[in-house]
Design a protein around this ligand. Sequence first.
Ligand code: G3H
Length: 494
Amino acid sequence: MPADFFSDISNQQTPPQYRYFDGSTWKPGSSGKTADVISPIDGSVVGTTPILTQEEIDGVMAAASAAQSAWELTPLNKRVGVVHLAADWIRHYLDYLVALLVREVGKSAEEAKSEIIRTADLIDYFADEVQSIQGMTLDSDNFPGFEKGRIAMIERVAYGTVLAIAPFNYPVNLTASKIAPALLMGNSVVVKPPTQGGISALHLVRIFQKAGVPAGVISTVTGNGEIIGDYVVSHPAVSMVAFTGNSDTGVAIAGKAAMKPLLFECGGNNPVVVMPDADLQVAAREIIKGAFAYSGQRCTGIKYVLTTPAIREQLVSLVLKTIPDMVHPGDPRSPETKLVGPVISEAAARKIEEAIQTSVKNGAKCVVGGKRDKAMIEPTVLTGVIPSMPIIAKETFGPVVSFVDVASFDEAVAIINRSSYGLQASVFTKDEGSGLVFGKKLNVGTVQINGSPQRGPDHFPFLGVKRSGVGVQGVRYSLEAMSRLRPIVLNKPQ
Ligand code: G3H
């Protein structure tokens, strides 16, 4: 029963007061200060999470450091078994976790189900892939001036304690994508959940605990980023920071984390370029899906489309014709709702509304949508947008797509490469060869040809350049990123 399995993590009142996990026990915070988690659907309080004191954070960090080396020495086959069991528990509690995600972050049941199943599959994939991560040896005499006689034995070892900071939009999946590789490579992991989405993330940590992660090896620190963020990222016990969230926060964390290794997935504005020979039906459907899925609250969401005025005219009319078929804004609990529900909070919706209004004031045309009702933003299409407008110059985390006219495709390249973001870009063309040639000109993490930007499949490398990220994720890449090389050199006595 979910109620029994998860009973320790809250006081089970209505609304529940959730606890933090110090590595051994689920505890209420000692300060009594808590953060409310508000449902974007109806403004109700889903629960509260404790705001930890610095002393409590120190306790969590000390427990993580103390437990790490025994965990790293635990045979890999045992660590793999624990992690696979966590994936099984996630599948077992699918319906319960889906209902929680819908209420806590306003995903539709379909999107929430996809997040949970994807998470269990991802965890299993990590646990399988880690078994092929091996060390190597190198001989000395390959390098000029060296004789035979020295051998470097190079192992992959844990960093120590990984701080895992996850965002609200995939609070289960993007927490698991950090926990699983960190644990499998022998690290302890301290999870800093988002405030919104934090309850789902605490459930995930409970699952890892129940699957057999030993005391101290997994734990949580809760509290608003503004209050505890600097303290946790600069904490001397943290050996590495894995973060997903917006670029401004990423830059601030990187500053505070000083010399710690970083694995960051940050914001993106993800342009789409539509060539004259593109299948416009395909492009229109991919643009709608890419821009409006989960109400545009994906770092890989499409934010703008670059094409010539003649193509734009046909494309926009196709997009407008197709929106009613693919998008049905509404309450995410309703099976009729498709792609667009409320954004994460009314405050976030106000900012999106303001960005739309600023664009229109500066000459853009709102061809559909543009209005707000509480946390709901209508699916919005803007034309006549110019790249310096904040709606695309900054990441707008909402259901808005902007069309930018270009005189040539070289101009599109220049606009994309001038952006401060560089997560993904898409090119639509029937000629895959010219798509490849064009794609190589773009300074972004990944270029998609004839498909919308996306992270998955999750074993593909996933990375951003410029303000969009640091390091590379994706199953094998994350395992490598959460470990370091340790060469030990055998020297032959002279
Ligand atoms: O929001 C950031 C996520 O990594 C995007 O993942 O492309 O699967 O939606 P997604």
